[in-house]
Design a binder for this molecule. Structure first.
Ligand code: DGT
Length: 137
């Protein structure tokens, strides 16, 4: 009898790369919950029935209070956290309306390209950071 292999669990996550005057927007994850205190690109999980772009627009509205125009998908990567994997999709944010405020995040900040390497980013971001920087030149 063939062994039944356990199907892996994958969670699709969308993130928005928001760049202004050569600086990138990062949000500090809340002090409670998973990956507490880590600085990340804003975004979150795709809910059932949403397209990735819809999910990202919703997350940016919920997290930062902005109306964003989602641009092209620039990069995708995978990362494993124990038994669960995330499929992380990085989108360019073309334009947004409103002032960014930390609704969900503990804090938000704009970080210059050369300083991104010094930030406490999620592992899933660190491993593709050079690619992100190239793509968002
Ligand atoms: P929840 O609380 O389950 O409704 O969560 P959401 O939909 O607000 O999403 P979140 O931010 O908790 O989940 C995103 C997952 O992806 C989380 O396990 C952290 C991981 N992740 C890795 N890199 C990034 C990143 O750059 N940005 C975001 N937002 N999440 C990242």
């Amino acid at each position: 009898m063939a062994l039944k292999r356990k199907r892996p669990t994958w969670i699709p996550v969308v993130t928005g790369v928001i760049k202004r005057e050569d600086k990138f927007l990062l949000g500090k994850r809340p002090e409670s919950g998973s990956m507490a205190g880590v600085w990340e690109f804003p975004g979150g999980k795709i809910e059932q029935g949403e397209s990735p772009e819809e999910a990202l627009a919703r997350e940016l509205k919920e997290e930062l209070g902005i109306e964003a125009e989602i641009g092209p998908l620039k990069l995708s990567t995978t990362h494993n956290y124990g038994d669960t994997g995330i499929l992380l999709l990085f989108y360019q944010v073309n334009y947004f309306k409103g002032a960014v405020k930390p609704v969900h995040h503990h804090e938000i900040k704009w970080v210059a390209k050369e300083d991104l390497h010094h930030e406490d980013l999620p592992e899933a971001n660190k491993k593709v950071l050079n690619k992100i920087l190239e793509l968002f030149e």
